[in-house]
Design a protein around this ligand. Structure first.
Ligand code: ZN
Length: 209
């Protein structure tokens, strides 16, 4: 790049400069950090950046890479928060329309879509909305007593035997409860979204209202 005088301050020379602490908007992230090793045409005096086509293209490539890693980091952070709220990946995959094991790949560093990251972040911020999602995704209306039971009892945590958990996504629903203890009905959802008969497969090992 040929040096030229900065038109912003009228004093400094614009040279290729790399420095830390620069940020730029990229897609839905407003302040992505520009790699500190990336040289951009910058005024030595006032710091104004003067991007020509070549520099803009380089910046775009660099930010796309940072963006991918940032999405992965945010997805993993949300999954950790959801796990702390007792929402495991096999709870979430069927609700988000993901195939079984998809979130394991995300945890292992698979590229993740911004839309999925946003969904995970919103759910991690309000884990009780997972239950709401489970209900509102249904096409048929749920009868009122069932709804009330859900509202009163909050969330149940149910552990499936490991072999079953790896083969099926599942949904747990309150069917009925007495004063002391909710009774949980399991709806197992197979890979092709067909419902599996629950009683043959498992019994809840832990129920916490
Ligand atoms: Zn300047």
């Amino acid at each position: 790049m040929k040096q030229f005088k900065c038109a912003a301050c009228g004093q400094g020379q614009v040279v290729m400069l790399a420095k830390p602490g620069r940020r730029a908007a990229f897609k839905n992230i407003p302040d992505l950090e520009i790699p500190e090793s990336l040289e951009l045409p910058t005024c030595e005096c006032c710091g104004e950046e003067w991007l020509d086509d070549a520099a803009a293209k380089q910046l775009d490539v660099a930010l796309a890479d940072v963006y991918r890693r940032e999405l992965s980091r945010k997805a993993n952070q949300a999954l950790r928060q959801l796990k702390m709220a007792k929402l495991r990946q096999w709870d979430l995959e069927p609700l988000l329309g993901l195939s079984s094991g998809y979130l394991s790949k995300v945890k292992a560093g698979k590229d993740v879509s911004p839309t999925l990251v946003v969904a995970l972040m919103l759910l991690a911020g309000a884990p009780n909305r997972v239950e709401e999602l489970r209900r509102t995704l249904r096409c048929s209306s749920v009868d009122a007593p069932f709804d009330n039971a859900m509202a009163d009892l909050g969330r149940a945590h149910v552990e499936l035997p490991k072999t079953e958990a790896s083969s099926f996504g599942y949904m747990a629903e309150f069917a009925q409860y007495d004063e002391r203890r909710p009774v949980v009905r399991l709806r197992l959802v197979g890979p092709n979204q067909t419902e599996m008969p629950s009683s043959a497969y498992c019994m809840p090992t832990e129920v916490a209202a």
